[in-house]
Write a protein that binds this ligand. Structure first.
Ligand SMILES: C[S@@+](CC[C@H](N)C(=O)[O-])C[C@H]1O[C@@H](n2cnc3c(N)ncnc32)[C@H](O)[C@@H]1O
Length: 284
């Protein structure tokens, strides 16, 4: 699709739906206010594409009519936010984080006599990230070493969370799972599930999936040994990123670990964490 012209620009013709400058400003404001997500003007075509699917489903021609629905109907509002989140993920993404967990942190926690591990996968999308953590922990015998392992996995988007909770993935997902985790931690589907894989039930039970907007209040009972918030803050503006990094720091145990995505950093909060390289941070 080429550039989406707005009505103000005199160019609605040729596009299927009407998305004016005012509409786009509303979307920018709404997503920033409710999800922390910032859409620059360059994202307009992408936004148009995603909104189009919603308008087509509802038989609407103008975003302005959809806006009325969003304002009145909370379910439609959730669908609107869901359609504008970017959920790209995969198993064992940024594998060096799992190597660090297995080769460094598990030994360290064990040496320190830690008995319970508490992790948070913040912005877990369809679940590949928390399932990779449990597979990684399982492969190193952590479920025998530690008395209790709890992984909280949260996302704003209710649709991806539903997928994550079911834990069923298509064949394509297999290619990103190193073979040493595949056989012990995943089942291959049969019959109607042929070609799909599912995470072993015992492992699935150690993950607690919850809907959570990172901008809202958190009510965690216990501090975390590790927080993974990878490829999430990249969509937020600088002040929102900074606020979150400070809140993550407060939510970690002393010397707790923060993992960020490959193009993310702690920015101006360098007094709170020591950088161990490859976007791995330890609370100071
Ligand atoms: C690109 S995915 C990253 C998934 C995974 N962490 C990874 O690195 O593969 C970003 C996720 O962040 C979620 N997200 C965006 N804004 C959020 C917010 N304000 N609160 C919670 N989750 C949010 C999106 O719904 C999306 O599923």
């Amino acid at each position: 699709m080429g550039r989406v012209l707005s009505r103000e620009e005199g160019g609605v013709g040729g596009t299927e739906f009407e998305l004016t400058d005012t509409d786009f400003r509303f979307i920018q404001w709404f997503m920033h206010k409710h999800a922390g997500i910032y859409f620059s003007d360059r994202k307009r075509t992408m936004v148009y594409g995603r909104i189009s699917r919603q308008l087509r489903r509802l038989g609407l021609r103008r975003f302005a009519d959809y806006k009325l629905l969003i304002e009145q109907d909370s379910e439609e509002r959730v669908g609107f936010i869901n359609c504008l989140t970017t959920n790209k993920t995969q198993f064992f993404r940024e594998y060096h984080h799992f190597e660090f967990l297995e080769n460094v942190m598990l030994k360290e926690w064990s040496k320190q006599g830690v008995s319970n591990l508490n992790f948070w996968s913040a912005g877990c999308s369809t679940g590949e990230e928390p399932y990779s953590f449990v597979a990684s922990l399982y492969s190193k015998g952590a479920f025998s070493t530690f008395e209790q392992i709890q992984i909280y996995a949260t996302d704003l988007d209710t649709k991806v969370l539903s997928h994550a909770t079911h834990g069923i993935y298509s064949d394509d997902a297999i290619s990103s799972i190193p073979p040493k985790y595949l056989q012990p931690c995943f089942f291959k589907g049969k019959g109607s599930q042929l070609g799909n894989i599912k995470v072993a039930k015992g492992l699935q039970q150690s993950i607690n999936f919850q809907q959570l907007n990172l901008l809202d209040e958190w009510n965690w009972q216990e501090p975390f040994d590790l927080i993974s918030c990878r490829n999430v803050m990249i969509y937020f503006d600088k002040p929102t990123q900074e606020k979150l990094i400070k809140r993550f720091c407060q939510q970690l145990k002393p010397h707790g670990i923060l993992l960020l995505g490959h193009s993310e950093s702690i920015g101006s909060c360098s007094d709170l964490f020591k950088h161990l390289g490859k976007t791995i941070y330890i609370k100071q």
